[in-house]
Design a binder for this molecule. Structure first.
Ligand code: PLP
Length: 451
């Protein structure tokens, strides 16, 4: 280690509490300090090069060195570095980005509310839906349906929607009325001998029985990621989303598509709901919206929802919700330029074109003794490691084997994310065939070294 990175590491250990990190282990092991990015690569403070196989946190569509985003930020910083959007104030980049989002999202979505993060966006969804139900004189209609293994963030409301034990345990969540349905993962949760079609039918029956048992008049909305990300990259079976959409329409339940990972090309379509064949009432996006160069998220809703909220805010005198940085001019300027780049370079098309080589290349690992399942769609995938291939028995719940495999991958020059013993990949959308070949080769070596 250089002297500088030694002292930086010591300062980090002395002063930081890291998110999603075992704090005591971090004190022993210290940080990997990322110093620089170039295309699909990042470089740590020792100069070691990695392919960022998770695009940071599923988010850096345009790679780690896009000068146009730096220029867009600098231009806006010089012109108007900050202004808020409270009390009818507006700024050009926020207006233009809202307009662009309405153009890009499915047709019925017409109105945009900006937040700083995906968690705040989903919190905003909960609050706006509750506000809407109260406005309509339906104060009982407040529950959310979500899924086990769904990930919607970590604030009090969005963390409640999330269906992962680690986000609930000892945080006293869920703290809002939410019912978690079975995760639509056939390989893991299908009964022995149950076909994918029978599994889908069972989950849809369960959803309907839950709605009826809870009383449809108490259920406001269903929230789901079209393809789940942080829960382990789970592609629902054929017919699942169409069935959920039909149930929601039958029982007057709003559909919220959490597209924080799927949005802007991840599945080879602009949005995941297009690929999965359903139309949401509310769509939530973040991450690839700015390629995470700036924190930004957006809640996009139908005119019908907007109308109820607008009328009620008129009655009450204001909409009592909003963040200091809602519609931040620098973040929205970067978002606008980022979406331009995604369109000009046809990165959605690139994801669709490269999906077969990425998915098929990884599926070649399915025969390795440690590999239970390889799954994914577009440019997102996961490899689940198991203790026993025949019975699908998992390793211990601490995810130590996954962590070891991810550490081997890092040694090989590939960053992936270990979600328990599932290794997730979600490379920048600018990847080339050659990058994909390197990702697959490095992942193969990491898994082989693991066992
Ligand atoms: N929703 C989904 C689908 C996500 O993947 C994430 C983050 O990974 C979030 C919401 C929360 O976003 P943030 O971490 O910006 O709060």
């Amino acid at each position: 280690m250089t002297k500088l990175s030694n002292s930086l590491a010591a300062a980090d250990i002395a002063h930081s509490l890291h998110p999603y990190t075992n704090a005591r282990a971090h004190e022993r092991n210290g940080p990997i300090i990322m110093a620089r990015g170039a295309g699909v690569h990042v470089y740590d403070s020792e100069g070691k090069e990695y392919i960022e196989g998770l695009a940071g946190l599923w988010s850096v569509a345009v790679g780690f060195s896009e000068p146009r985003l730096a220029e867009a930020a600098a231009r806006q910083m010089a012109e108007l570095p900050f202004y808020h959007t409270f009390a009818g104030k507006a700024n050009e980049p926020a207006i233009r980005l809202a307009e662009k989002l309405v153009e890009m999202t499915p047709d019925p979505l017409t109105r945009v509310f900006f937040t700083n993060s995906g968690s705040e966006a989903n919190d905003t969804v909960v609050k706006l839906v509750w506000f809407m139900m109260n406005a309509q004189g339906r104060p009982k209609k407040k529950k959310f349906l979500s899924r086990h293994k769904g990930y919607h963030g970590i604030t009090v409301a969005s963390g409640s929607l999330t269906g992962l034990p680690v986000n609930h345990r000892d945080f006293d969540l869920p703290a809002i009325p939410v019912v978690h349905l079975t995760c639509p993962h056939h390989w893991r949760f299908g009964h022995p001998g149950e076909s994918e079609a029978a599994f889908t039918a069972r989950l849809l029956r369960e959803a309907e029985e839950t709605i009826l048992a809870e009383d449809p008049d108490t259920i406001a909305a269903f929230i789901g990621e079209p393809v789940m990300g942080a829960g382990g990259v789970i592609v629902p079976p054929e017919g699942y989303w169409e069935g959920i959409e039909a149930l929601c329409r039958r029982y007057d339940i709003l559909i919220v598509a959490d597209e924080v990972i799927n949005g802007f090309g991840r599945l080879g379509t602009t949005f995941g709901c297009e690929r999965m064949g359903f139309t949401p009432d509310i769509l939530v996006t973040s991450k690839q919206l700015t390629s995470s160069y700036m924190p930004l998220a957006a809640v996009v809703m139908t005119e019908a929802i907007y109308d109820v909220i607008a009328d009620h805010s008129d009655k009450l005198g204001t909409l009592g919700h909003g963040f200091t940085a809602s519609g931040h001019p620098v973040a929205t300027a970067v978002g606008l330029e980022n979406l331009k780049i995604i369109e000009e370079r046809d990165l959605v098309g690139n994801a669709a074109r490269l999906a077969p080589s990425f998915q098929n290349g990884l599926r070649a690992f399915a025969d390795l003794p440690l590999v239970g399942e390889v799954r994914g769609m577009g440019l997102i995938a996961a490899i689940e490691l198991v203790a026993d291939k025949a019975t699908k028995r998992s390793f211990d719940p601490l995810g130590r084997v996954g962590a070891r495999a991810a550490a081997f991958a890092a040694e090989e020059g590939l960053i992936c994310r270990a979600l328990g013993d599932t290794l997730a990949l979600c490379p920048p959308l600018i990847v080339t065939d050659a990058d994909i070949a390197r990702i697959i080769a490095r992942m193969g070596r990491a898994i082989t070294r693991t066992g």
